[in-house]
Design a protein around this ligand. Structure first.
Ligand SMILES: Cc1ncc(COP(=O)(O)O)c(C=O)c1O
Length: 396
């Protein structure tokens, strides 16, 4: 069953208005219910709530009104039937996979995924008897060849980190479904604004809400979205019983983040496109990757699958690691940090930070050269960002 649902209002309106649970005080801004527990009117009500015959709240590991508002707003925006929030993005990824498998099952994942996600697929789940096959996500034949009768689920990230290449979600979903498996998509790099994996055939979408959804560098969080059945069958009970729940405070911060997500991501995307134009022909830039440009390696898939580009730009500085370091160290406005999606522009050198654990050969396979840097565009004036980059390139 498709998890995608139709809505009355446009996505930007849903980001501001949907999911509100207004208290008896009629507050305009969503209330922060900073409470662990809930009291009952009488013993019979407590009994009914524990039996599931009364809808109210019981305990904030299970559910909390502020967290519910965040989950409802995320589901409304994504076009999903249901959502569950988690303490971090990694909790969301781990639960989305763990909730679907048991010992003896098999999973397939794309190679170009966030390092901790690769750890979950390659090292962690196999400890419990879940075997995994890691494929070159761009090669559809590798996905087909990896499917086994016991394959339960597949995992991919698109656009990929840090090279911003784009996998064909609709085709990979077809391959997974033909084998009786589901597809989970980590949609962090595109944000819910530019890509809707559920509409493309995926069964589940996960986010690190730490990135654009907070968007102002304040708190960690994650969310899992899918059909009501997917969430009930695989996620709901797992979160209640094992406890990687989102704190109400962080849910409140994230709710306020959602109100401004569309304007922030649009502006950051426009800035990234401006940066891409300014740097593409620069003599010290040997390669530039930006989804939306005609020279993007999967330009045709980008056109089919995404509604916008990216808030990130990846580019290679001529002269390898030494030149990339000189360039980064000469930046004045843009700060060096491995985070992304922030209001502040951030840059990272993946080969020596996020991807340093990989062998040089594995990095080369993923296109992560020693000169590659990844820029996350913030909300500063685009001309200031471009000027900072062009000035620092003189030092490279
Ligand atoms: C693509 C991607 N997925 C998952 C995560 C994990 O999210 P978190 O740090 O919120 O656990 C990150 C970043 O950290 C990421 O970039």
């Amino acid at each position: 069953m498709s998890a995608s649902v139709k809505h009355k209002y446009r996505p930007e309106t849903r980001l501001v208005q949907s999911g509100i649970l207004r208290s008896q005080f009629g507050e305009t801004s969503e209330a922060l219910f900073l409470t662990q527990g809930y009291v009952y009117d009488n013993s019979a009500q407590a009994e009914a709530r524990f039996k599931g015959e009364d809808d109210g709240y019981q305990y904030s590991r299970f559910a909390n009104p502020t967290v519910t508002m965040f989950e409802r707003r995320m589901a409304e925006f994504e076009g999903a039937e249901a959502a569950r929030a988690t303490a971090t993005g990694m909790a969301a990824v781990t639960l989305a996979m763990m909730g679907q498998v048991k010992a003896g099952d098999h999973i397939v994942a794309s190679k170009a995924i966030f390092g901790s996600c690769l750890y979950v697929m390659e090292d962690y789940l196999p400890r419990y008897g879940v075997t995994s096959t890691i494929v070159d996500g761009f090669n559809l034949d590798e996905w087909r060849a990896a499917m086994r009768p016991n394959t339960k689920t597949c995992f991919l990230e698109s656009p990929t980190n840090p090279t911003l290449e784009v996998l064909d979600i609709a085709e990979i979903a077809k391959i997974a479904h033909a084998a009786g498996a589901t597809l989970v998509v980590d949609n962090v790099f595109s944000t819910p604004l530019w890509q809707s994996p559920l509409e493309l055939g995926a069964d589940c979408v996960v986010y690190s809400t730490t990135k654009h959804i907070d968007g102002q560098g304040r708190c960690l969080g994650g969310v899992i979205l899918g059909s009501e059945k997917f969430i009930q069958d695989h996620i709901h009970n797992l979160i209640r019983q094992t406890g990687p729940s989102l704190s109400p405070f962080n849910a409140w911060v994230l709710l306020k983040g959602l109100e401004t997500l569309a304007v922030r991501v649009q502006r950051q995307t426009d800035t990234a496109a401006t940066v891409a134009v300014a740097l593409a022909e620069h003599p010290k830039v040997t390669r530039l990757i930006y989804p939306g440009r005609p020279d993007h390696p999967q330009a045709e898939v980008v056109r089919r699958q995404m509604r916008g580009g990216s808030t990130l730009v990846a580019f290679e500085i001529k002269g390898g690691k030494a030149a990339a370091f000189r360039f980064q160290d000469a930046l004045e406005l843009i700060r060096i940090s491995n985070n992304l999606g922030d209001a502040k522009s951030l840059i990272t050198h993946p080969a020596t930070t996020t991807h340093q654990r990989l062998t040089p050969a594995a990095r080369a396979e993923l296109g992560i050269s020693d000169g590659l840097v990844r820029l996350s565009c913030g909300l500063e004036h685009p001309d200031d960002i471009v000027e900072d980059l062009l000035t620092a390139l003189k030092a490279a």
